[in-house]
Design a binder for this molecule. Structure first.
Ligand code: GAL
Length: 361
């Protein structure tokens, strides 16, 4: 009888331990919002990449709220995570959230967007964001002939460090072409005031972003573009060039410009190779996008997390200063996609199924 009781107790312990183990999450992932296809894409790629891992993972979304982001961090801390992979909703506000995680001994990896003004970020995986802005601007420069071409500038959210890097890259390439008269800025008095300066300070960029930010939001972008078109004279229209920071805002801005009868033609940039924008490119409604192969970023983040969990050396290739420390970083290159290379870059590479698109030939 005694033996049987002992056996039952031992079994209970095993079952309880197994149950506890199930509750524990090794890697917590927090993404900013499900409302933008870019981040749904990241979720899908994380799930694909993690299918065969032995470590348990949980992915949460902050839905554009720093409050939700903080409670997501709390939830994951309570589940015992050892590594947190996080794309901040607001790069500076997220400092408090990751400091909480750090205090619990959790390794923090900033994913795509840097978390600023804190020493609680261990690593950063990112695309080359300055190169994104440079590629967008270079596309516009390559299509422009003559002088006085109307230029409309748009930017991402001022709470996102990337928005500054994208704009910095774009400015590097556009500014000389504004200074030599190829382009004339039509929608930002701050940018016009600074157009002779080759390199802008962060606060100068803030002044410009204050006038041209889309907040990464489709409706904000559309309303802003409509306001700019209402304020523009007929001479400010015609054949125009538009720097749009990403695909969601590019489609919104493109729709607004397409609706204006005084716009003869427009060229508009983008970023992310979202399915809807790839279709816009095929249909000639968006000019280009900058493709960021999320599979690479996901693999880099997981490799880092697994190295941490396995006590191996984490591989980085450089660093980014976040205002407080130099964060060791791994950076990935980007690819320009326009009508001519949609198939090669996105279909042949296995990134998207051909059946997602119409009129692709
Ligand atoms: C950036 C990101 C872009 C874009 C944007 C809007 O931080 O690098 O790919 O999606 O946010 O969410």
């Amino acid at each position: 009888m005694k033996k049987l009781t002992l056996l039952i107790m031992a079994l209970l312990v095993v079952v309880t331990l197994a149950a506890c183990k199930k509750e524990t999450v090794n890697i917590g992932i927090i993404l900013p919002t499900k409302d933008e296809p870019r981040w749904v894409q990241d979720e899908k790629r994380f799930k694909d990449a993690l299918k065969d891992t032995d470590y348990s993972v949980e992915i949460l979304f902050s839905q554009g709220s720093t409050v939700t982001e903080l409670s997501n961090v709390d939830t994951l801390i309570s589940k015992g995570i050892d590594v947190l992979i996080i794309t901040p909703q607001d790069g500076s506000a997220a400092a408090a959230a990751v400091e909480k995680a750090k205090a619990e001994g959790i390794t923090v990896i900033a994913y795509d967007r840097l978390i600023t003004d804190t020493d609680a970020v261990d690593y950063y995986v990112t695309f080359d964001s300055v190169a994104v802005g440079e590629a967008q601007a270079q596309y516009l420069v390559d299509q422009a002939t003559g002088t006085g071409n109307p230029l409309y500038l748009y930017a991402g959210a001022a709470t996102d460090n990337n928005a500054f890097l994208f704009f910095e890259g774009a400015w590097n390439v556009l500014q000389p072409k504004i200074a030599d008269g190829t382009f004339e800025i039509k929608n930002s008095s701050e940018a016009i005031g600074l157009q002779t300066k080759a390199v802008l300070t962060r606060s100068e960029m803030s002044d410009i972003l204050g006038q041209i930010t889309t907040n990464w939001d489709f409706n904000t972008a559309k309303n802003l573009a409509e306001t700019h078109l209402t304020n523009a004279t007929t001479a400010d229209k015609g054949d125009v060039f538009i720097l749009a920071p990403n695909d969601g805002t590019a489609r919104a801005i493109a729709d607004a410009f397409a609706d204006d009868t005084e716009i003869t033609s427009y060229l508009v940039t983008g970023q992310d190779a979202e399915v809807a924008s790839v279709q816009y490119i095929i249909d000639g409604k968006q000019s280009m996008t900058v493709f960021k192969d999320v599979r690479t970023l996901v693999n880099d983040a997981i490799d880092m997390a697994v190295s941490v969990l396995d006590d191996d050396t984490v591989v980085t290739t450089g660093s980014y200063n976040n205002g407080e420390i130099d964060v060791p970083a791994k950076q990935t290159e980007v690819v320009v996609v326009e009508q001519s290379n949609v198939v090669a870059a996105l279909i042949t590479s296995g990134y998207y199924e051909e059946s997602l698109f119409e009129n692709l030939d």
